[in-house]
Design a protein around this ligand. Structure first.
Ligand code: CU
Ligand code: ZN
Length: 191
């Protein structure tokens, strides 16, 4: 007697059988499983457009791009005196005072001393210097994991970028002895 039970079991385990009723001799290969990939979060961006103090005519922008936990800071300036100029994220996004002192001090959520961007212990707002060439333009890019573009206590949004008249020596307390504030820009969300 033909053993239907056995034939069925053999069909189920995929052994080809020349038996009526075993519809397919070969199973089509199973389609590759569709794995739902979470869409990569788009980078979050913010920008500060610098406004010059008084009679100065400089231009500049500082952009912030957050990918994961890292923020890339890219600063461009034009029409600035050649040499090194300190620039920082200051606590308050208020450029209303003529000398920009309305922005308060360097953003410092960890109550740390002033330092340079390579120091682990420093103000979160310490970005070091922009080096401006003889043509009056300067550009610098750095990364930080002490600030965010995303909402939160360390966000850059709603604070201010200050460009200074002089060089930040990266050690004098509490400001790096970078001199007066020659440009100010409130950081706003972009893109
Ligand atoms: Cu500053
Ligand atoms: Zn500082």
């Amino acid at each position: 007697m033909f053993d239907w039970k056995k034939a069925l079991i053999l069909c189920l385990v995929g052994v080809p059988l020349l038996v009526v009723g075993c519809a397919k001799k070969e199973e089509a290969p199973a389609p590759a499983p569709v794995v739902e990939q979470p869409a990569a979060a788009p980078p979050m961006m913010a920008i500060a457009v610098l406004q010059p103090r008084g009679e100065l005519t400089l231009n500049g922008t500082v952009s912030f791009t957050q990918v994961g936990d890292t923020v890339t800071i890219a600063a461009h300036v034009e029409g600035v005196a050649p040499g090194k100029h300190g620039f920082h994220l200051h606590e308050l996004g208020d450029c209303s005072a003529e000398d920009f002192t309305s922005t308060g001090g360097h953003f410092n959520p960890t109550d740390a001393p002033h330092g340079g961007p390579a120091d682990r212990v420093r103000h979160a707002g310490d970005f070091g210097n922009i080096e401006v060439g003889e043509d009056g333009t300067g550009h610098v890019e750095l990364t930080s994991d002490m600030i965010t573009v995303a909402d939160g206590p360390n966000t850059v949004v709603g604070r201010a970028i200050i460009l200074h008249e002089g060089e930040d020596d990266l050690e004098s307390q509490p400001t790096g002895a970078a001199g007066g504030r020659i440009a100010c820009g409130v950081v706003e969300p972009s893109g």
